[in-house]
Write a protein that binds this ligand. Structure first.
Ligand code: NDP
Length: 436
């Protein structure tokens, strides 16, 4: 806290990891001597820059942009770009720190980074978003590269924004390389990248349930968010025979007791991405649902929950409500959606709880596969990529089981398992490099 004043999200993320790592390294002298955890928790560099652009009325607007390059011990920095008014250096540092462990867990050669801006894309015209993205990349281009740092999308950065940024990078450098992932299929993107995070979170849930002899079919699911991760998580739940009860956005949530089926999910996707509408409009389209302004969906009784919107959207009281209502599993599609108290509630209740760094790693994993395809100038088939995603999520689950077993019980502490397995690979590489 003293080293990072005012950076609450970052301190929270480090604290959560440190709880597990201290225990793991207590008898490992090398890790102490070389200050491995402390070095992972100090980003390699934080780049902060001005992003100046002109809106449609001719006003000059000034935003702040960042790229946090946290750690490249096991591969080029890799992590998304977020455009949202709530973006601060603390938020990006926490995300880059988490990303380092997540990327390690995938088994692919990727370091950890994250970037973004406090720019709010809501209510902006396409042209305004384009001018902003171009201005953002005009500074960012000098810090990134296919073998240096490969950004991707995140909140507020989807296919449209990636297209504008990739176009600007190509224009400035005169190079066509895999400098960004999440690209369109016509210019080097990978099949199933769009679906990968949400699908992956459900594959992870399936693995956790399978481990205790249960399955997704027949389960009711509460999902928050209505963006990329939430809609694809919902889609996979439905495909596996589960029933999705809720979706949300930053203004409220909808509850559809009849279930949000594929046709309804398709409507939400178009409404949120193409029409840039609100989730509240769902209830005028589908009469079976109710809208709850200013609330989150955690009081709706369910078997499984997938928080897929944003950080700290589920607190201790919400976690207690979920547990009291019989929720048996949590798979985090978002990054750090559960606050520290909430994590402790889930752990104490002994329910299946998968932290984001394990459960939502499917997106970055397929981004890693997009990098491989770009390097080889090839495009893999959908079935092959689907199989890779399933295998990677299964591999992450196995690593969590390996390091997260709770002594004297059958239980798996997925937070501990993910933290230790993710840490170990990065730490080994750092030890090999000596003091750098
Ligand atoms: P999108 O921008 O597509 O969707 C974000 C959703 O969350 C929207 O429904 C949005 O509502 C809601 N939301 C955003 N901020 C808030 C807030 N402060 N309070 C309540 N709701 C909010 O983003 P993604 O689906 O891509 O990302 C969602 C989460 O998943 C993030 O935590 C992200 O870091 C994580 N993630 C994403 C990956 C990816 O591949 N996209 C990979 C791994 C993790 P509204 O429309 O009102 O803004």
């Amino acid at each position: 806290k003293k080293r990072n004043p005012g950076q609450d999200e970052f301190v929270q993320a480090v604290q959560e990891v440190a709880e597990d790592i201290f225990d793991f390294i207590k008898d490992k002298e090398e890790y102490h001597h070389y200050q491995i955890l402390r070095r992972i928790a100090e980003p390699d560099r934080v780049i902060s820059f001005r992003v100046c652009w002109e809106d449609d009325r001719g006003n000059i607007r000034v935003q702040r942009g960042w790229r946090v390059q946290n750690n490249n011990a096991i591969g080029p920095y890799k992590g998304g770009i977020r455009f949202h008014p709530s973006v601060t250096e603390s938020v990006l540092k926490f995300l880059a720190f988490e990303q380092t462990f997540k990327n390690s867990l995938t088994g692919l050669p990727m370091g950890g980074g994250k970037g973004g801006s406090n720019f709010n894309p809501k209510g902006k015209s396409d042209h305004e978003v384009m001018r902003f993205c171009q201005s953002f990349m005009t500074e960012l281009y000098r810090h990134v590269g296919a073998d240096i740092d490969v950004p991707a999308g995140d909140i507020g950065v989807g296919g449209r924004e990636i297209g504008y940024m990739f176009g600007q990078y190509k224009r400035i450098t005169n190079q066509f390389t895999g400098v960004l992932t999440g690209k369109g299929l016509s210019y080097g993107g990978s099949l199933i990248r769009t679906e990968a995070t949400g699908y992956g979170a459900v594959y992870f849930l399936k693995e956790m349930l399978g481990h205790i002899g249960q399955e997704v079919a027949g389960k009711t699911a509460v999902i928050s968010g209505s963006g990329n991760v939430a809609t694809h998580a919902a889609e996979k739940i439905v495909q596996l025979g589960g029933k999705v009860l809720t979706l949300s956005d930053s203004q409220g949530f909808i509850h559809d007791p009849d279930g949000i089926d594929q046709a309804k999910i398709d409507w939400v996707k178009v409404h949120k991405t193409r029409r840039r509408g609100r989730i509240s409009d769902y209830v005028t389209e589908f009469r079976s649902a109710t809208y709850h302004e200013g609330q989150r969906p955690w009081a709706v009784p369910c078997d499984v929950v997938l928080p897929c919107a944003t950080q700290n959207e589920l607190n201790g009281a919400d976690a207690r409500t979920l547990v009291a209502n019989g929720c048996m599993a949590v798979s985090e599609g978002a990054n750090m959606p559960t606050d520290l108290e909430g994590v402790h509630v889930f752990k104490a209740a002994g329910i299946l709880y998968a932290p984001g760094k394990a459960a939502n790693a499917g997106g970055v994993a397929v981004s890693g596969l997009e990098m491989s395809q770009n390097s080889g100038r090839i495009a893999w088939k959908e079935a092959e990529l689907q199989q890779h995603l399933v295998d990677i999520m299964r591999g992450i689950h196995q690593r969590c089981v390996e390091y997260g077993g709770v002594a004297g019980t059958q239980r798996i502490d997925y937070v501990r398992g993910a933290n230790i397995a993710g840490f170990k690979k990065v730490a080994e590489a750092m030890l090999a490099y000596g003091v750098v």
